[in-house]
Design a protein around this ligand. Structure first.
Ligand code: BG6
Length: 485
């Protein structure tokens, strides 16, 4: 392979966001609510219809302020900007015959601003934005009906943005369909009803078919555009060298690789049929589905990376830290089997620092992710999210966010190491270049941006934007193509 000593020319530096986390204007110009709009406190709050405050409803008002924000991205020298097209703006219930022209007009204008600044547009087609009315009527993606509704949406946006959007991503973090309570936002699947795992695999199957058919459609409409899908990746380590711990890690890896296996290689891995049989899961499908999957694989593999996790035969560090159904009990943030303490959750991986949100900081984990994914799939990779969410202090109109610079610099170095070792990496978009609503907690105060937004967790503030120290740092990183860290 072509060994480069640094990032290739044309490497795509930029930032990533999602419409529902920053646009606001949630009922403006004909938009109707999405699954994310009934989450008062992030995904951990669960769907609710009577909360007092829903942070996504105003977001950071990007819908009205995008021009100024794009100017700031341009000032940092962005080559690419990843956002999503809010599905329930374009098809408010998912079922209309005609798209909402006002919504398309907004995206026309926003994309024009980006292209004027020479910023490539990367679009996530579905980033937690299923039309709520459609979900109330049909349920989530476990209903095959969604393939038809999704493709109707794709056809409209592919035709409209032919030649304008160069990179498309079919589903955000599709593998999160298996992580409770994420299924509600990833696939409109209720987590409080029975047979959750069965419904999640069924929903994933329908998303796989929809993603493959969208890929086929894009190749017909705009053959120059590229399409990928997004997996969420956490490098995973066994807690000890007990082979039993590695067996658990192996199974978890197989399950998370299921998603890229289908989307990149075009077929279900063989182990999954055994797994389904073991769990009593039956998949409903149509014969042609497998042919569709085989013939329409993605052009590149994109993934999000924030942290690593650990697992053992007794414990799996995951979103919900769920120990239900095992003989392990959780007390005072420690896990016990009987009287024996088996793990202190406060410490998680003892070799790594953690952020105040409890997320490990592990740049080597990113290096391992890049190597593992590239070796397994031999496809170009794209890091579509990576960043540090922290409480920032605005002092004299700026934020001294050295901690963010340090986190990002270490991750960029890890990328560089992988690139120099032959990994084909197309680009890097940080989450998120501007403060926005956290998807996990619903807070603004879990800030990721290079740009500070004056807004607090109960919706107060002027919404004014301020450049943080990291703004000038990232500008320098881009200008030096990743050399000046
Ligand atoms: C990713 C999602 O999982 O993580 C984003 O794609 C999300 O939508 C990001 O915002 C960071 O997580 P959080 O919970 O801090 O917003």
């Amino acid at each position: 392979y072509n060994k480069t000593k640094t990032f290739p020319k044309g490497f795509l530096w930029g930032g990533a966001v999602a419409a529902n986390q920053l646009e606001g204007a949630y009922m403006e110009d004909g938009k109707k609510p999405s699954v994310a709009d009934v989450m008062p406190n992030g995904v951990f709050g669960g769907p609710q219809y009577d909360a007092e405050y829903y942070p996504t409803h105003d977001g950071i008002d990007f819908y009205h302020r995008y021009k100024g924000d794009i100017q700031l991205f341009a000032e940092m020298g962005f080559k690419v900007f990843r956002t999503s097209i809010a599905w329930s703006r374009v098809f408010p219930t998912g079922e209309e015959d005609q798209p909402n022209e006002k919504a398309l007009k907004y995206y026309d204008d926003m994309f024009r601003e980006l292209r004027k600044a020479n910023i490539e547009v990367m679009i996530t087609i579905s980033h937690y934005e299923m039309p709520l009315a459609g979900v109330e009527k049909y349920g989530g993606w476990d209903n095959r009906k969604w393939i038809e509704l999704y493709l109707k949406f794709c056809e409209v946006i592919f035709k409209r943005y032919k030649g304008i959007v160069k990179y498309w991503l079919t589903f955000n973090e599709i593998g999160n369909n298996l992580n409770k309570p994420m299924q509600w936002v990833t696939a409109g699947i209720r987590t409080d009803l029975d047979h959750l795992e069965q419904r999640c695999f069924q929903g994933s199957h329908h998303q796989f078919v929809a993603s493959a058919l969208a890929t086929k459609m894009l190749k017909e409409i705009d053959p120059d555009a590229k399409i990928g899908s997004v997996i969420e990746y956490k490098t995973i380590y066994p807690i000890t060298c007990d082979p039993q711990d590695s067996l658990v890690v192996q199974r978890l890896k197989q399950l998370s690789f299921l998603f890229p296996d289908v989307q990149v290689r075009g077929e279900y891995p063989r182990f999954i049929w055994e797994y389904f049989a073991e769990k009593g899961i039956t998949l409903e499908y149509e014969e042609e589905d497998f042919d569709i999957l085989r013939k329409n694989t993605v052009d590149f593999l994109s993934f999000t990376y924030y942290r690593s996790r650990i697992a053992s035969k007794d414990y799996i560090e995951s979103v919900q830290k769920d120990t239900k159904g095992t003989d392990v009990e959780r007390k005072d943030n420690k896990l016990f089997r009987g009287d024996k303490k088996i793990l202190d959750l406060g410490k998680t991986n003892p070799y790594l620092e953690v952020t105040p949100s409890g997320w490990s900081i592990d740049p080597d984990g990113l290096y391992l992710a890049l190597e593992d994914l590239y070796q397994r799939y031999n496809k170009p990779l794209f890091i579509v999210e990576n960043g540090l969410g922290m409480v920032d202090q605005l002092v004299d109109g700026t934020v001294q966010d050295d901690y963010r610079i340090d986190y990002l610099a270490k991750h960029i170095l890890a990328m560089k190491k992988a690139v120099c070792n032959g990994v084909e990496l197309l680009g890097y978009t940080t989450w998120a270049p501007i403060d926005l609503i956290s998807e996990g907690t619903g807070q603004v105060s879990k800030r990721y941006g290079f740009i500070y937004v004056d807004r607090n967790d109960i919706g107060e503030g002027t919404l004014e934007r301020y450049k943080k120290k990291s703004f000038y740092w990232y500008k320098k990183v881009i200008a030096s193509n990743g050399e000046d860290l």
